[in-house]
Design a protein around this ligand. Structure first.
Ligand SMILES: NC(=O)c1ccc[n+]([C@@H]2O[C@H](COP(=O)([O-])OP(=O)(O)OC[C@H]3O[C@@H](n4cnc5c(N)ncnc54)[C@H](O)[C@@H]3O)[C@@H](O)[C@H]2O)c1
Length: 376
């Protein structure tokens, strides 16, 4: 169990090449993780795991990975690795995460890490007990544009940030993502638009505004039958009549502050900015793709300095460089291991987002506003 990191250990860590196992060799692993492991940290992929062995074998062949396994248990038994990335289907995350943490390995979990707050608490406790680092994506807290906005709010430039509006939607995984794998699981119990897309919007607004106090929501099933429009599954008919695919979520922060997350699988296109932050002294607006690390657009209104309008500040000097791909979470966890710090993508933040998502079905059903208990 790693409790204290000595200077000598730190020196050894800095020169260590971290061994990464990727569990789940589907669409996202192939687009974001396999190609970027060695770019984002001093790391190499030593194993590919999938319950469909051909996918693990294909990843090994394509990326020159030495080992493949068809279960997480086989990986744990046979392979020497340090960090696992769980990028399996949503419903598989809890079992895999518990197995990895129980084996004393560092873990990055795709979202949501668990179906309930209690289960995520089990994972958090297990990580602490085994002395390993545990982080949860999405990666929005690492974004350059969001960190610029936070700096402008925290240093008082924008005054009080009282309302954040976030649109986190696309037209559905069978439409939006050019995929060859079957996306049906996204529309089944345990998955759905809320945990797949709402999680992004909720992580974004809570990164900007902190933990919320109360939640209310309206949700609808807009498209109960879907026809795939992409890649190798073109024409596949998918039954999507179990879970809402369009949500409007309201978060209450008290003290005259609130946030709204518009999310789902029912918006094929939109020209709305992804995020807008409304403040006493102006507005911060995000419309560029964040992966390009753009500056947000700033509207300033100051009677004191007689200025009103959209301004174009240069890039702040003292912020992290931003991100180049979704595998930046690997750099975050390696940094946390080497310096014995908490990952930026903390599981406690993920737990707060999960609590909001878990309370939303009740808020919709009863048409009520529910208190939130977790914080981060
Ligand atoms: N962060 C993002 O922006 C983003 C975008 C897309 C997907 N995702 C997430 O990534 C994850 C995977 O999504 P995807 O689109 O790649 O799906 P996918 O179906 O293409 O890939 C998932 C893979 O996991 C494998 N798998 C399922 N259960 C397993 C188990 N018990 N053990 C080992 N392998 C198992 C499947 O066989 C499949 O190959 C999901 O959690 C999804 O929410 C995140």
């Amino acid at each position: 169990m790693i409790k204290y990191v000595t200077a000598m250990q730190r020196g050894a860590f800095m020169s260590k090449k971290w061994k990464v196992a990727i569990i789940g060799c589907g669409s996202f692993a192939n687009s974001q993780y396999f190609p970027n492991v060695s770019k984002e940290a001093n790391a190499e992929t030593v194993a590919a795991v999938d319950i469909i062995p051909e996918r693990a074998q294909a990843a090994c062949a394509k990326y020159g990975i030495p080992n493949w396994y068809s279960s997480v248990y086989e990986l744990i038994e046979k392979c020497d690795f340090d960090i696992a990335i769980d990028v399996t289907s949503i419903q598989a995350h809890h079992e895999i995460n518990m197995a990895i943490l129980g084996a004393g390995k560092h873990l990055i979990s795709q979202k949501p890490a668990a179906p309930t707050v209690e289960m995520l608490n089990e994972q958090i406790e297990l990580a602490k007990k085994r002395g390993v680092k545990f982080s949860c994506v999405p990666v929005h807290p690492m974004r350059f544009d969001i960190n610029v906005a936070k700096q402008y709010i925290d240093n008082g430039l924008m005054g009080k940030a009282y309302y954040v509006k976030c649109n986190s939607s696309h037209g559905g995984p069978e439409y939006f993502q050019r995929r060859n794998t079957d996306p049906s699981f996204f529309h089944e119990e345990g998955a759905g638009a809320l945990v797949d897309m709402g999680v992004h919007g909720l992580q974004i607004v809570t990164t900007i505004m902190g933990p919320a106090k109360r939640v209310s929501c309206m949700g609808k099933i807009t498209t109960p039958v879907r026809v795939a429009r992409s890649g190798g599954i073109d024409g596949m008919v998918i039954n999507a009549d179990k879970i809402p695919d369009q949500y409007v979520i309201l978060l209450d922060y008290g003290d005259g502050r609130m946030a709204m997350v518009d999310t789902g699988f029912s918006q094929k296109a939109s020209k709305a900015p992804m995020i807008e932050i409304f403040c006493d002294k102006g507005t911060i607006s995000f419309s560029e793709p964040y992966i390009t690390n753009p500056m947000p657009e700033i509207y300033m209104d100051s009677g004191e300095f007689d200025i009103r309008g959209w301004i174009k500040p240069g890039r702040p000097a003292h912020l992290p460089k931003g991100i180049n791909n979704q595998c930046c979470c690997l750099g975050d966890i390696v940094n946390a291991i080497e310096k014995d710090t908490t990952p930026v993508l903390s599981p406690e933040h993920a737990r707060h987002v999960l609590e909001i998502m878990c309370k939303i079905p009740e808020a919709i059903e009863k048409g009520c506003t529910l208190d939130l208990e977790t914080t981060f």
